[in-house]
Design a protein around this ligand. Structure first.
Ligand code: ATP
Ligand code: MG
Length: 603
């Protein structure tokens, strides 16, 4: 099945603010874009928190809502830019008062509550380094990351402290301060953040900040293995701001909702920094995924731009169009997705159900910001990641035996012919490019060759300059002489009405080398059984020929990472009885009960 492109004109009711891809690219320069930032007063450098908060102080935005947090129970807390300014000053003052300095690591273990946003930006004001943890992590992954990242301060809730930190505290001698949110009595060895904030000065002068000062430490979502610490600097804010305007079509008057967990890079780059640096209203929701709850947030908060993940969209799709139809989504102007490939089916589903297509975009923890997208100035090709943003040069490099870019005497070869698969690479030099893997200089050096950053993803570029994701280099299946990306097989399976989601792996096979195996989650109204299995195998064979799955297992709760990716590594390990490796980022599966929605939580 081929999917027709969705032209720009059908993407938005009021037309994109950017129209011409070629012109935007030609006229763009990072140097010129830099002028859209304020910089610290007196030419004292560039600080993310200043650009996100303080720069709005002497503008009319100052008293507009910066942050609107919907709590689990539906209560809404609002902070204006002025409120954010004062609160982040106080937080920075708390750190200074504790003697926590430049470059020292502050970890957050918090859900989407106002204190999280205050801690993140207050830390950056103090020139300390912020490292966000998923609040659902258990004690082990927390300890591992605090240890690897040399955590000096941890900000968390009293409840999470008791459940997850108290028992490991002793084993972390470097962790000097644990700050607990709220104003209740702090257990021994901890401090009450509320008390400290109340006593901290309302003013805080940000020290001169070198754009190259380390700002954020992100541990990758760990789809493929052990956590890596990815280092970002203050200059990244330029890319956050620019890419959000291009790829998410964000405008200062918008209400924006980014559903990404704040423990993941998307939850920081686009869940905090980019939207605030543009001066708009950021909505957050502390509730769990629930189709009706999410539609209700879109409606009640009058969200204009929504950034979410393929898994969430697939779950909404599984509930059919009915719930969406019950809500007024007329304020919604732009929907984007990231994290793993967006099946063409889902991109087009948006058009029917939300009245808007879903715009896929591609990036990584390492790139810090969106690099490739079906963005506002381009037509959407369903199933494609889109085209490189202005200021970004991407290419596909010829591969060697190991499936990664072939490097000969430090040189690589760019594939010029359209449609040929190779390793996706980017020309270094954009502001949010990572500056290192923490304590792993060799690994960092190995990520570059021949003047390119090597992404580890396999892709192809078509004749119109659109990039198509094939697979992670380490996910490619080799079957009977064919190289197969699991995503292509998954997308075809999803075109069958019974299939809600699929995860595809290669399973060793004496004849074929590897055999394609699919794990399939069914839509409501479909029952697993041999009949359906045979039907799906035949369906796959008709569409895919030799690379179709030979085995199918029904599984109503595929393992996902917290950032929303199907964990093929885990499916494969389980299938082969291998050790599961690091599973700290596995999301506890939300079993979907066919035909029944979860009861509606109030907001
Ligand atoms: P690790 O590097 O530890 O294995 P990870 O790669 O999952 O973890 P992230 O940096 O969060 O950590 O994810 C980036 C990866 O997600 C990309 O390299 C790509 O494989 C995948 N990805 C992100 N967006 C897209 C997209 N739009 N289409 C296809 N794949 C995507
Ligand atoms: Mg990665």
């Amino acid at each position: 099945m081929t999917w027709d492109p969705i032209p720009k004109s059908r993407q938005q009711a009021d037309g994109a603010n950017l129209t011409d891809y070629e012109r935007e690219r030609r006229e763009f320069s990072w140097r010129a874009a830099r002028r859209s930032l304020r910089g610290l007063p007196g030419g004292r450098g560039l600080n993310i928190a200043y650009e996100a908060v303080d720069r709005h102080l002497d503008t009319p935005r100052c008293d507009q809502v910066a942050l609107r947090c919907v709590g689990r129970d539906g209560t809404v807390t609002e902070l204006t830019y002025r409120d954010m300014h004062l609160a982040t000053n106080r937080f920075a003052g708390v750190l200074r008062g504790l003697g926590v300095g430049r470059g020292e690591r502050v970890f957050t273990l918090l859900g989407r509550v106002p204190d999280l946003y205050i801690a993140v930006l207050g830390t950056l004001k103090n020139l300390s380094v912020l490292s966000p943890l998923f609040s659902a992590f258990g004690p082990e992954p927390i300890r591992e990351r605090l240890r690897l990242g040399d955590g000096r301060v941890l900000v968390t809730t009293p409840e999470l402290y008791t459940r997850k930190i108290a028992a490991i505290r002793e084993s972390l001698p470097g962790l000097k301060h644990v700050l607990l949110t709220g104003r209740g009595p702090a257990p021994e060895g901890t401090l009450s953040l509320g008390e400290l904030m109340a006593g901290a000065p309302a003013g805080f002068e940000i020290a001169p900040t070198d754009p190259e000062d380390m700002a954020l430490l992100h541990f990758t979502s760990g789809t493929t293995g052990r956590p890596k610490g990815v280092v970002h600097v203050h200059e990244a804010v330029l890319a956050h701001r620019v890419t959000a305007a291009y790829a998410l079509d964000l405008r200062p008057s918008d209400v924006f909702w980014c559903t990404a967990d704040p423990g993941w890079v998307t939850g920081m780059s686009y869940g905090v920094i980019a939207p605030l640096s543009l001066g708009l209203t950021l909505v957050t929701d502390a509730g769990e995924f629930d189709a009706r709850r999410w539609y209700r947030v879109l409606q009640d908060q009058r969200v204009n731009v929504w950034y979410t993940s393929p898994t969430a969209l697939r779950m909404l799709m599984r509930h059919g169009g009915a719930p969406a139809g019950e809500y007024d989504l007329s304020e919604l102007r732009f929907v984007a997705s990231v994290g793993e490939p967006l099946n063409p089916e889902v991109a087009v589903w948006g058009l029917h159900t939300l009245g808007l297509p879903v715009h896929d975009n591609w990036w990584q923890t390492e790139t810090g910001a969106i690099m490739i997208g079906n963005f506002a100035a381009t037509d959407i090709k369903p199933g494609s990641m889109g085209r490189p943003l202005p200021g970004i040069a991407a290419a596909v490099l010829e591969r060697g035996e190991d499936g990664r870019a072939r490097v000969v005497d430090g040189h690589v070869r760019v594939i010029e012919e359209p449609g040929v698969e190779g390793e996706l690479a980017l020309r270094p030099g954009w502001p949010s490019m990572f500056r290192g893997y923490l304590n792993e200089p060799e690994r960092y050096a190995n990520a570059f060759a021949g003047g390119w950053y090597l992404s580890g993803d396999i892709a192809r570029e078509d004749e119109d300059g659109y990039f198509w994701f094939v697979a992670r280099a380490d996910d490619v299946i080799k079957s009977a002489g064919h190289l197969i990306g699991p995503f292509e097989v998954e997308s075809v399976l999803m075109e069958h009405p019974a299939v809600a989601e699929a995860g595809v792996i290669g399973k060793p096979d004496p004849m074929a080398g590897e055999l394609v195996k699919a794990f399939v989650t069914l839509n409501p109204g479909f029952e697993p059984g041999d009949g359906l299995r045979l039907e799906l195998i035949a369906f796959g064979r008709r569409r895919l020929g030799a690379v179709a799955p030979k085995e199918i297992t029904f599984d109503q709760s595929l393992p996902h990472t917290r950032s929303g990716k199907v964990m093929r590594r885990l499916l494969r390990a389980r299938e082969l009885g291998l050790p599961e490796g690091d599973t700290s980022t596995v999301e506890h599966p939300v079993p979907m009960v066919p035909g029944r929605l979860k009861p509606l939580a109030s907001p």
